[in-house]
Every structure is written in structure tokens, then in C-alpha cells.
Design a protein around this ligand. Structure first.
Ligand SMILES: *Cc1c(COP(=O)(O)O)cnc(C)c1O
Length: 230
């Protein structure tokens, strides 16, 4: 199946899952994750109306944004090195992968220099995997509190990437955990902090993620097919 057809089917599934969750289909935004994807297929996904393009690498993103322009939003979803923060503030509408104070401080400083406010999500390592980036769930509120006063950053919600499972039901508890954490932080009521976004759900598990409250799903393989190993 082609990209356009894949997106049409995914949109339907998202709409059904959102409805089961008592939400409007429009409350879920579809991100196309375009790492390693060739330009022709990226163009097809843009024409098919994805809401957001997600990038993992600064270099790749910079070239693509120059090529395709900013008619849709570009979000950074990959691990961001602190010394690349200055590029990120000029390229992206939102950074999903803020998981440490050092990175937040640098993003805030660079956003200030660029005269803008950067939207960010706090990446949570919901499964506590030692190999993964993301702050531990137990430390998330403290990190939110520490970042909240930074004038050039705007916390919009949380992001997570659970372990890979063949059965999406095994990912569901981690989506629930992220939503519960979102609710907990929202209930604290930290000035300047919004908890409206839950960035969760990838190709193997996005239906479960939407059922558990995702507002952004990040899809690569289900839109574009398998990636080459690199
Ligand atoms: C690659 C990637 C995705 C998309 O994964 P698929 O399994 O191809 O849908 C989503 N989120 C992040 C952070 C990624 O790196």
C-alpha cells in the first residue's frame, strides 16, 4: 500500500480509538516520523495531510526543512545533545525529548537569544529502562518544577517511548502511567505549565495509546514501510 492509503487507514483507526476514549478525533494529531525516508514519500505524506513531521537528527531536519518549508509543524523527537540546542530552537516548533536540566537550561538560553519561546515536552522513561533516555517518572515533577520558571520555555505535556513489544497490550500500562503522571502534575497546578499534550504511540501500539489519551502519535513504519537497517 502507498503512503496516502496508509495514512487514510491510520486516520480512520485513530478516529475510532479516540471515539472509544470519549474524545473527538481532532484531539489526536498525526506525526509522520521521517528518519531515513526519501523525499518523494515525505512529500506524499505532506500532501496526504499529516499534522506534524517528526525528526530524530538535527542535520537531516535542517536539510528537509529547507526543502519542504514550514507549512506544517516540525518537531524534534530524538535525543538532543546539549550542544545542538541552538539549532533546535530555530528549526522546530516543539522538542519532545527534554529529559534533563542541562538541556533545558541551554534551550532556554538559546530561545532567549533567538527571541522566541520554545514549546517542550518532558520525556519520561516510563518503563525505567536503563538504556533509554527520558527522566524517571519519580523525578518528572521535580524536573517540571525546575523548568517551569524558565521564561523562554513552555512545557506543554509529556512524551514517552515504551519498550518494544509484539503485543501492543503490553505497552498499554506505560501509556496509562504517563497519563496518570500528566494528571498528577496538572493537579499540582504549576504556574506556566500546561499538561495538554501526551506524545505516545508508535506504529506497533498507537491504537492502545490513543485509547489511553494520546494527543500526538508518532508513526514511521506504519506510514512509510520498514526502515532500512543502518
Ligand atoms: C522512530 C521513532 C518513532 C516511529 O517509530 P515507528 O515504529 O517507525 O512508528 C517514534 N518515536 C520516536 C522517538 C522514534 O525515534
Amino acid at each position: 500500500m502507498g503512503v496516502t492509503e496508509n495514512i487514510r487507514k491510520i486516520r480512520e483507526e485513530i478516529a475510532e480509538a479516540a471515539t472509544r476514549n470519549g474524545r473527538q478525533p481532532s484531539s489526536v494529531r498525526l506525526m509522520a516520523v521521517t528518519k531515513t525516508v526519501d523525499d518523494a514519500r515525505i512529500i506524499e505524506s505532506i500532501k496526504a495531510g499529516v499534522d506534524i513531521i517528526g525528526e530524530n537528527y538535527i542535520q537531516e531536519a535542517r536539510r528537509k526543512i529547507e526543502t519542504f518549508g514550514k507549512s506544517m509543524e516540525w518537531h524534534m523527537i530524538g535525543h538532543l545533545q546539549t550542544n545542538k540546542a541552538r539549532y533546535a530552537v530555530n528549526l522546530f516548533t516543539m522538542v519532545h525529548s527534554v529529559d534533563r536540566m542541562e538541556l533545558a537550561v541551554e534551550l532556554n538560553r538559546r530561545a532567549d537569544a533567538a527571541g522566541l519561546t520554545m514549546k517542550i515536552l518532558i520525556e519520561v522513561n516510563a518503563a525505567g529502562e536503563t538504556t533509554k533516555s527520558g527522566t524517571d517518572a519519580a523525578d518528572a515533577i521535580a524536573l517540571v518544577r525546575a523548568i517551569a520558571p524558565m521564561p523562554n520555555l513552555s512545557i506543554q505535556g509529556l512524551m514517552t517511548m515504551p519498550p518494544f513489544f509484539d503485543d501492543p497490550e503490553e505497552a498499554r500500562p506505560f501509556f496509562r502511567k504517563l497519563r496518570a503522571l500528566r494528571d498528577e502534575i496538572e493537579a499540582v497546578g504549576i504556574p506556566g505549565v500546561e499538561m495538554k499534550e501526551l506524545s505516545m504511540g508508535m506504529s506497533g501500539d498507537y491504537i492502545a495509546a490513543v485509547e489511553e489519551g494520546a494527543t500526538i502519535v508518532r508513526l514511521g513504519r506504519s506510514i512509510f514501510g520498514e526502515r532500512p537497517v543502518r
